[in-house]
Design a binder for this molecule. Structure first.
Ligand code: PAF
Length: 286
């Protein structure tokens, strides 16, 4: 497995691979890898010839009061994990390599960033789309693989790739969960045992929404209220948002008339966690 830190070297490698007819799968990450990341990598490895993984904690997607400095890092452990799933190249640039002092360009996606996490983390998606565009120009992948846990990120990147005709296939992989249902996330490492127990309220609230819709409840306000009550019965929780929305535009919906995205962001202690589920009304209740 090759470890590359310089942009020009990564671009040369990718040009070489492409000109020898190889297909490149790319998994961008911020490191502290868990089973969720490894699933994305396994998909890439089994689908095409060469798997490139980037490890870069991107400063521009963190707000001034967010956890950039504290974000968990474990480069040695990460390299072992990528090697174990058969990764071919790890691209892990320094921040100065990615953002030279005179850098002035941002990539901004409009409407789909104006909901959910876009409201509570202003500028976050501009940081994500800018760094992912740069990584795409550096790694030059044929396909890029993202987790569905970050549903809005996936929707934003799909929009960007379409709008800018990037010609990269974007693949979403279902959320990987711990055995008790908590969605895997690098930020789970922040939770103490009591908070870890409370964090199960995210999955329980999503399951409740699914059950209510299955039982014929169409009114999203009613579903949202029940979810919020369930969450707040768990200690250390603070609701950032609980939204039921259109899975493509991410605009709120009033009624469950087709597939609906239920998305939530909850602070458990000082840790902000997100999760989501697509629900629909099943059965005929007319
Ligand atoms: O999902 C992440 O880990 C990050 O947002 C990404 C896509 C690697 C961009 O920094």
């Amino acid at each position: 497995m090759k470890i590359i830190k310089k942009i020009l070297e990564m671009q040369d490698q990718s040009d070489h691979l492409r000109s020898s007819g190889k297909k490149i799968a790319f998994v961008p990450t911020m490191g502290f890898l868990h089973e969720g990341h490894l699933e994305l990598m396994r998909y890439g490895k089994k689908t095409v010839d060469t798997l490139v993984v980037s490890i870069f904690v991107n400063p521009t997607q963190f707000g001034p009061n967010e956890d950039f400095d504290a974000y968990p890092r474990d480069m040695e452990g990460d390299l072992l994990k990528v090697e174990q799933v058969g990764g071919d190249i790890v691209f892990s640039p320094e921040a100065g390599e990615m953002y030279p002092a005179d850098s002035q360009t941002k990539v901004v996606v409009d409407k789909v960033t104006k909901h959910l996490c876009g409201l509570s983390r202003p500028g976050h998606f501009d940081g994500v789309t800018s760094v992912v565009s740069k990584l795409f120009n550096i790694v030059k992948p044929h396909i890029a693989i993202f987790g569905e846990k970050d549903y809005q990120q996936l929707a934003v990147i799909r929009r960007m790739v379409m709008d800018l005709n990037m010609g990269i296939e974007i693949v979403g992989i279902p959320t990987v969960r711990e055995s008790d249902g908590l969605a895997m996330s690098s930020r789970n490492a922040y939770l103490n045992p009591q908070e870890r127990a409370s964090a199960l309220c995210l999955k329980k609230a999503l399951d409740l929404a699914d059950r209510l819709a299955n039982e014929g409840e169409k009114n999203t306000r009613t579903i949202k209220r029940s979810m919020e009550e369930l969450i707040l019965r768990h200690p250390f929780t603070e609701i950032d948002y609980v939204q039921l929305c259109d899975p493509v535009s991410l605009e709120d919906v009033e009624s469950i008339d087709g597939e609906t995205l239920v998305a939530l962001a909850i602070k458990v202690g000082r840790t902000r966690l997100i999760d989501n589920k697509i629900i629909s009304m099943k059965g005929d209740f007319s």
